[in-house]
Design a protein around this ligand. Structure first.
Ligand code: HEM
Length: 790
């Protein structure tokens, strides 16, 4: 190898300093503590010394997004951070830090379960007679809770449906059964704990596994419990559609329609399922009041990343998490505001409506006293164990594009053409979009112009519809190419191969471009979260459950305050032609009726900066969320606070502790990461440092260097992605698996980027190499005018 390194990128000079290979020795601090790295290089690329002393190889800039796209490493105003070099036949590239598998890296959260706050899994033995009594109790109570909701059930055309669960969950019979069984076990546990002192948290250590007392359970519950256990995993090169058998030891880990996992034992008031209150049994601050006072509307821009980055985050969420909200017994919507008088006690056990105070600065003007919200449906945990309630996730929890391909065979079939491996799409003007389906979920204003996909939320706003169409297009692009190269392959083979490639490219973009911007490259490097740039990774761990974490989905990953409320349509020079208000485009994809708008939106999302992920919202999402023909909307902030209580997440202080921050005993102890003025606000609303909620304080934390989130969210989000990387047997850069890509195939996947996808499947001619980064002046075109953010 020849090795080159240039001090800084200067297009006019570009003289290169030769670095002797023998001289290179990475500083000890970046040896990851365990195995000393060997000198490296990638076939065809020259070795070089990357910034901060990392060993690297010289590559095209676009393939090194993981490092150079992060704000700390890619700053045109600080060119000394930018290491240029040449590769191939003299092309100019960047010195890209090499990531090679060095062995398993530490967990992000290092505190063992048994030392975590709230852990007490003392097991109290139950006799078959006691279990029998609890089952009898549950049989009576479940009918009261589940069937007694006729007065609250509404049809789709009823006004009250709006806001309740956002989209109809479409009560799949399977989901209905799971919800029924989940609630049944909650009732059994409640009885055992109240009458005989059973500890629901002993679920952590095995607890009372009711599948061992199957004969005592009603038939429909037995059916669900058996469903988890009698799955045989057949050898397959491809993922199953519902995600089962990803883990061969525990086949239901990561499977669709199973329970979420948790970092900490929940704080349900009754230890089983009752909505959380303060540890001393009092009400927590009023959600909407708290939201309006502590997390108000205000404009705060963010320099580093753009709105395409925000949409990407939402796409990852929609791929891995869709917790289901209760519906009525007959499958109608619940009107949880009906007969709700305000306060802790709800009109129905399935409900969690948000009361609006009469003094509300916004809703009082619209004469509203309640926002409709149902509780999240609970699922039985895997051994059908008597334990605290765990919410059900409709999606497969690993990153596998289930939002594109759906999570059950029937739905998946519906999305396919049945020919040449292709997915159905509609052609609108010159643009291929998600397939039109007038029965999909949209507001009436769309007049039946609605689209479908593997996820029910695909038209929630235009950014999601656009991104999902791009994912479908890439699948079909792949199918056409592979069909040409392998004319003997049938529909199924083409479909599965392209599904596999599409997922791999998506995972690559998530770990290579999205996550380094969210969490920071160095942090990812230290925790083994970066995907390898050479060779395979071998860090699959069959003891890691990739299930969605309650703390991730109900708090840390709810990046709603970063959503900007204006949508830009930009011309080919990235000049903003038109600005649309987000609130006019919820659940109505009519903006795509004009085919030209597709590319304009792609550029618009690139050119618009995200808002800072902080305690301030854009009113388009906080007051006008999912606005339909009314003059006001819902409030995502109040819902998020409410959801944290629905899931009974533990206090912010408890999560600080497991994330390695100092536990606060006094308000001043929060000053390490939260501004004193924000701490004062918390003090005004919460009576005790231990009452402060994860969602509220997490938003207030100053951001970690190199990241766009504060340390507590950083740690929860990173742990989730770590579980997704090491707990997914099909992770794209994993070696030694029967389905692993070959190394040349893997290198092709590594060449892909968000920009490459956009160039391949849209008509946009110029895309910044780092598509999630905000555009620096003059980068795209001299005519670039940017998008005004205050
Ligand atoms: C315009 C953009 C967005 C809209 C309209 C929107 C809307 C919603 C709504 C209505 C919910 C249900 C709230 C509840 O009742 O609990 C939700 C859940 C959620 N949102 Fe968003 N959201 C947006 C963007 C984002 C972004 C950018 C992220 C993260 C990057 C995000 C992450 C989540 C998560 C993690 C959940 C919980 C999902 C689940 O239950 O499984 N959202 N969103």
């Amino acid at each position: 190898y020849e090795s080159y390194e240039a001090e800084m990128f200067n297009p006019d000079e570009g003289d290169l300093n030769i670095l002797e290979e023998a001289e290179y020795e990475p500083p000890p601090s970046i040896r990851l503590g365990r195995d000393a790295p060997k000198p490296m290089g990638v076939m065809g690329y020259y070795k070089c010394k990357a910034p901060e002393g990392y060993p690297g190889s010289c590559k095209p800039r676009a393939t090194c997004a993981s490092y150079y796209s992060t704000s700390a490493h890619y700053d045109y105003n600080k060119p000394d951070r930018y290491k240029s070099c040449t590769f191939g036949y003299g092309y100019r590239g960047v010195c890209c830090p090499e990531v090679i598998y060095y062995g398993k890296k530490p967990q992000v959260i290092k505190v063992p379960y048994k030392s975590r706050p709230g852990y007490d899994s003392k097991y109290v033995e139950m006799t078959p007679e006691q279990i029998h009594k609890a089952v009898r109790y549950a049989e009576v109570e479940i009918n009261k809770a589940f069937k007694n909701d006729k007065d609250w059930e509404r049809g789709e055309d009823d006004d009250s449906y709006w806001g309740n669960g956002v989209v109809p969950e479409i009560y799949l019979p399977e989901l209905h059964k799971i919800g029924w069984a989940g609630y049944f076990l909650v009732l059994v546990t409640h009885y055992l704990s109240k009458e005989y002192g059973y500890n629901p948290a002993s679920y952590y250590d095995g607890g009372l596994q009711l599948n061992k007392y199957m004969h005592l359970l009603p038939y429909d519950i037995q059916e669900v419990c058996k469903g988890f256990h009698y799955k045989k995993c057949l050898y397959s090169k491809y993922r199953t559609i519902d995600g089962h058998c990803n883990n061969l030891k525990v086949p239901y880990w990561g499977q669709a329609r199973t329970a979420v996992d948790r970092l900490l034992v929940p704080m349900y008031t009754d230890t089983v399922y009752a909505i959380k209150r303060t540890p001393d049994g009092n009400d927590l601050p009023h959600s909407r009041f708290l939201r309006a006072q502590v997390l108000p509307e205000k404009d705060v821009g963010e320099k580093a990343v753009n709105m395409l980055f925000v949409i990407m985050g939402q796409i990852v969420v929609h791929d891995c998490s869709h917790t289901v909200f209760y519906q009525g017994h007959e499958g109608g919507f619940l009107d949880c505001c009906h007969n709700y008088k305000g306060g802790y006690h709800q009109a129905l056990p399935k409900c969690y409506a948000v009361a609006l105070p009469p003094s509300d600065p916004f809703y009082s003007k619209h004469h509203q006293s309640c926002l409709n919200l149902a509780r999240t449906m609970v699922a039985p945990n895997y051994q059908c164990t008597a334990g605290y309630a765990s919410q059900v996730n409709r999606q497969t929890s690993v990153i596998d594009l289930s939002l594109v391909y759906a999570t059950n065979a029937n739905e998946s079939e519906q999305l396919r053409t049945g020919k040449q491996g292709m997915l159905k799409m509609s052609k609108i003007g010159n643009e291929y979009m998600l397939p039109l389906d007038k029965n999909a979920e949209c507001f009436n204003t769309s007049n039946g112009f609605c689209m479908t996909s593997g996820d029910l939320r695909s038209t929630i706003h235009p950014g999601i519809t656009m991104f999902q169409s791009i994912l479908n297009r890439f699948h079909n692009y792949c199918a056409k190419k592979l069909n040409y190269l392998n004319p003997h392959w049938d529909d199924e083979k083409l479909f599965q191969e392209c599904r596999k490639i599409n997922i791999a490219v998506f995972q690559h973009i998530v770990f290579n471009e999205y996550l380094p911007l969210l969490l920071g490259w160095n942090f990812m490097y230290d925790h083994g979260l970066l995907s390898t740039t050479k060779g395979y990774s071998y860090d699959y761990d069959e003891d890691t459950n990739p299930a969605i974490l309650a703390e991730f989905t109900a708090a840390a990953m709810r990046c709603h305050s970063s959503v900007y409320g204006k949508i830009a349509l930009a011309d080919e020079y990235y000049n903003v032609e038109k600005i649309e208000l987000l609130n006019n485009h919820y659940n109505d994809p009519s903006i795509f009726k004009n085919g030209d708008n597709f590319d304009k939106l792609v550029r618009g999302y690139i050119v618009t900066a995200q808002r800072k992920l902080d305690p301030y919202y854009d009113p388009m999402i906080s007051l006008y969320l999912l606005k339909d023909q009314r003059s006001f909307g819902l409030d995502i902030g109040s819902f998020n606070i409410h959801r944290g209580r629905d899931y009974a997440l533990r206090s912010y202080n408890d999560y600080r502790e497991i994330c390695g921050l100092k536990r606060a005993y006094d308000w001043k102890d929060f000053h390490d990461w939260i501004d004193p003025k924000d701490v004062e606000l918390l003090k005004k609303h919460y009576r005790n440092v231990d009452h402060v909620e994860l969602y509220v304080a997490g938003l207030m934390e100053r951001h970690q260097h190199d990241a766009v989130v504060g340390p507590t969210w950083w740690c929860i989000i990173a742990q989730q992605f770590k579980n997704w990387k090491t707990g997914d047997r099909f992770f794209y850069d994993l070696g030694d698996q029967p389905h692993s890509f070959t190394l040349p195939q893997l290198d092709q996947i590594r060449h892909m980027s968000m920009a490459a996808i956009l160039c391949t499947v849209t008509h946009v001619k110029h895309v910044p190499a780092f598509a999630f980064h905000t555009i620096s002046d003059g980068y795209v075109s001299p005519k670039f005018s940017g998008f005004p953010l205050n």
